[in-house]
Design a protein around this ligand. Sequence first.
Ligand code: MN
Length: 208
Amino acid sequence: MASAEHVHLHRGDLPAGLFASGSVAIDTETMGLSLARDRLCLVQLSAGDGIAHLVKFERGEIRAPNLRALLANPSVLKIFHFGRFDLAMLQRSLGVETRPVFCTKIASRLCRTYSDRHGLKELTKDLLGIEISKQQQLSDWGAAELTREQQIYAADDVLYLHELKARLEAMLEREGRQALARACFDFLPARAALDLAGWGEEDIFAHS
Ligand code: MN
């Protein structure tokens, strides 16, 4: 679990110069799960070094030029768990298409076909032996001040994604599914755009 000294809280944007290269793990917290109704409250980021940066947003217009530049930077890989939702929320809230991306949930579905447990909590437990709490998941992320428990929970959602990615990439390679995974990750921004445009439930690949 994250400890408080490894969590840095920022308001409105990232400081300039962070995450200039390599890969960054990203998660978002919102008021709820509706892309039409619920606003973005928090974006969590980590370079995989045990340190989490949290960017808190108040209601209203979000500018965040540093964060937007990072999301669109083609030379920084963005790692998500169930990126489909985060990409749509970031697209709607910041007006930016996030790529390139890696999604640990898609990777898990493509290589861990022996399991139907692909949630972040299950994945972190099964692959890394680490227990993360989901207790604060349904808390008020729009609050003016986030509690210490909320900040640590939010940090935990990004601190292990690099390690999970490494484990999953090895499994994808072993099973010959890297190319298929890459194609799915490349499609993810379009999948998020379909969600925002009204094709959230419909499977456009289905025959009927
Ligand atoms: Mn989260």
